[in-house]
Design a protein around this ligand. Sequence first.
Ligand code: 13P
Ligand code: SF4
Length: 333
Amino acid sequence: MSSDLKFTSEIKDKTAELYKKIEGTIPKIEWPTVAPYIYEINKLKKEKGVTILAHNYQAPEIYYGVADIVGDSLGLAIDGDKVKTDKILMCGVHFMAETAKIMSPEKKVILPDFSAGCSLAESITAEDVRKLKKDNPGIPVVTYVNTSADVKAETDICCTSANAVKIIESLNVDKVIFLPDEYLAKYVASKTDVKIISWKGKCEVHEQFTDTEIIELRKKYPNLKVVSHPECPPEVISASDYTGSTGSMINYVKNTDAKDIFLVTECSMSDNIQIENPNINFVKPCNLCPHMKKITLHGILKSLKGENNYIEIDKKIIQKARGAIEKMIAVGR
Ligand code: 13P
Ligand code: SF4
């Protein structure tokens, strides 16, 4: 990270404890270029009254260094709604910032990089949903939060990977349209008798994992516990010991006595959990989400200073989409 910011002795002292915590993830030689950003961001967010939210996939220097609230998509939607400041800065992807704006329309929601998208959100449009509803009259639409505000506005109820089965079963129907993740739909179908009409969206990160790599790793680590995200292909989920949202994966790690764990998900999560669980060996064939990684300390500081990158959504869309998210939050985790 090139920087005009100076690594003063004050910054060194004030960030020493944080560095001790995350030193395994940032080489000592790089800290003088990283610490001044963390210091500056924390100072500025207080001056400007900004709360920083960060998804579990954010890099440790963001997750531990500048975030006020961290969590999975459901946690960020629920906790984002309770934020007291007038401004939120989302360290995550576009749909997460949109969700925060939908829940708090009166707040300014800043996203450091608007090109931080999501292959699932991009797989479907509002027009696609309207057509599906026309082809399947009367069937409720359940939409993953990894979608645009326009798509949410066409939806009966949202869900995340933390509560998809619970949401579907809360509807007391025989059949639902479940959008847009084909693999999450298959996972949900394996857990409920409700019939699922699915879409063809996929997460470009999780679709890369294979059962072959799990089989090979189990040979190398005979007591390996494999913990996967439900956006993975079905054969990867079948080869896993546990499947759940990023928040549920973190809880699984906290409550296990396993020594070797493979988290089949975005790589930064292992870095973040490793810090809290130093005795666990996280086996890491690494897949990074290119969108999540567009959020950097440099970008956060720039957007905090300029406040130019903020989310705007049509009022009518907000009203419709909000209903679908509120219904999800009422059902809970
Ligand atoms: P979670 O809802 O489990 O945090 O997942 C979000 C996501 O984008 C996974 O790829
Ligand atoms: Fe989207 Fe996949 Fe990245 Fe999550 S990991 S934000 S689902 S592309």
